[in-house]
Design a protein around this ligand. Structure first.
Ligand code: PGA
Length: 260
């Protein structure tokens, strides 16, 4: 059975004190939940990765980076390598977020390089894919998502299910308050799983977690998690407040434990 994942993407929000007080509040409560079948994740900005890891120690909450350099090392001012993330024993990193693709000109080829860098260091990539509104309205959602998947995973073999997480994030739903409905998201998640099955195997495809992202909040998480191919959320705005994050975590715990 796939675990449900509640991943908070803090983007460029939260300074040191804010991150620390979030951890102080969330860690003991998360520790008290039955998270056997749920993985809570938080992705702070780079400077706070180590602090957050330390402050969440002993709780089930894992820490993720938001991005990684495609280069192994060298004169790349401002960049952070996969080896550096690995030296923190970081288990996850987001890669190919639509904001990186849009504002930092990240192509599928660059996303692929980053993915490879992470995999070489046994860091599980949370690979983001998703169409813009123009692409959706033109009926191109499937083509765009498949193109992003095949570009990022070109000639990359996967050997076990825990090697990658996919996040379907329709760009029109990110930060807009307008989430995809459960059905709309499910339709694309099923396409993604089918693509994984055709490229790899049914067993592998059935074991890979596919998250939905785009205006997920406590009010709509249940509808989304009820879908057969939605295995959690990658959550921006609604992950910034401990109470809201914990409510979504609670929803996932209930669903994972068959209480919903
Ligand atoms: P949002 O962001 O939940 O604020 O829409 C999601 C994301 O960008 O990962």
């Amino acid at each position: 059975m796939r675990k449900l994942i509640i991943a908070g993407n803090w983007k460029m929000y939260k300074g040191l004190e804010d991150a620390k007080s979030f951890a102080r509040e969330v860690a003991p409560i998360a520790k008290g939940m039955d998270t056997t079948n749920v993985v809570p994740i938080l992705a702070p900005a780079y400077p706070f990765l180590a602090v957050l890891q330390r402050d969440l120690e002993g709780s089930p909450v894992k820490v993720s980076a938001q991005d990684v350099s495609s280069h192994p090392d060298g004169a790349f001012t401002g960049e952070v390598s996969a080896a550096m993330l690995a030296s923190l024993k970081l288990p996850y990193s987001i890669v190919g977020h639509s904001e990186r693709r849009a504002y930092h000109a990240e192509t599928n080829a660059i996303v692929r390089e980053k993915l490879l860098a992470l995999m070489q260091h046994d860091i599980c990539p949370i690979l983001c894919v998703g169409e813009t509104l123009v692409q959706r309205d033109a009926g191109n959602t499937k083509d765009v998502v498949v193109d992003q998947l095949s570009g990022a995973l070109h000639k990359i073999n996967l050997y076990n299910q825990g090697e990658i997480i996919i996040a379907y994030e329709p760009v029109w739903a990110i930060g807009t308050g307008r989430n995809a409905t459960g059905e709309q998201a499910q339709e694309v998640h099923a396409i993604i799983r089918k693509w994984l099955k055709d490229k790899y195997s049914e067993t592998l495809a059935n074991g890979i977690s596919i998250l939905y992202g785009g205006s997920v909040k406590p009010e709509n998480i249940d509808e989304l998690l009820a879908m057969p191919d939605i295995d959690g959320g990658l959550i921006g705005g609604a992950s910034l407040k401990p109470d809201s994050y914990l409510r979504m975590l609670e929803s996932a715990v209930k669903r994972a434990n068959g209480e919903q």
